[in-house]
Unconditional design. Structure first.
Length: 121
C-alpha cells in the first residue's frame, strides 16, 4: 500500500526487502514468521505488477551482529532489550537508507508500522 500511494503522487518508486535471516536455514515455517523466500517472492510479484523495480538487500550478517547479538548480550545481563529499536537504528534507518542513497533516492516510505482499518466513508 505504501508503494502504491507513493507511486500515485508521481514520485518514482521502487520496492525493497531487507533480508534479515533465512527461515529455511533455521527450520522456521512460513506461518510462524515473516521473511521467508515466499514472502520475498510475494513482494517481488507485487512490484512487477505495479511496474516498479524491486531489490532484496541481504542484511543477515548485520542483523545478527547489530540486533540479535546485542539482544542476547543485554538479556544475559538482566536487561529487557527491544530488538526493534536496534533494527531501526542500525538497519532500517542506517543501512537501508545508505543503500537508497547509493541508488540516488532521497527518502524511504515504509508500510512496516501500518495498521489496516476500514472506513465506510
Amino acid at each position: 500500500m505504501a508503494a502504491l500511494l507513493t507511486k500515485e503522487t508521481g514520485d518514482e518508486c521502487i520496492g525493497a526487502t531487507m533480508k534479515l535471516f533465512h527461515n529455511e536455514d533455521i527450520g522456521v515455517k512460513r506461518e510462524k514468521t515473516c521473511c521467508s523466500l515466499d514472502d520475498v517472492e510475494d513482494a517481488r510479484n507485487v512490484c512487477y505488477r505495479m511496474g516498479i523495480r524491486y531489490y532484496v538487500f541481504n542484511f543477515s550478517e548485520r542483523f545478527k551482529e547489530d540486533v540479535m547479538d546485542r539482544f542476547v548480550d543485554a538479556y544475559e545481563h538482566g536487561a529487557t532489550p527491544n530488538p526493534c529499536i536496534d533494527c531501526n537504528r542500525y538497519l532500517k534507518f542506517d543501512k537501508m537508507f545508505q543503500r537508497m542513497r547509493e541508488l540516488e533516492y532521497d527518502y524511504i516510505v515504509t508500510g512496516h508500522y501500518a495498521r489496516v482499518e476500514y472506513d465506510e466513508e
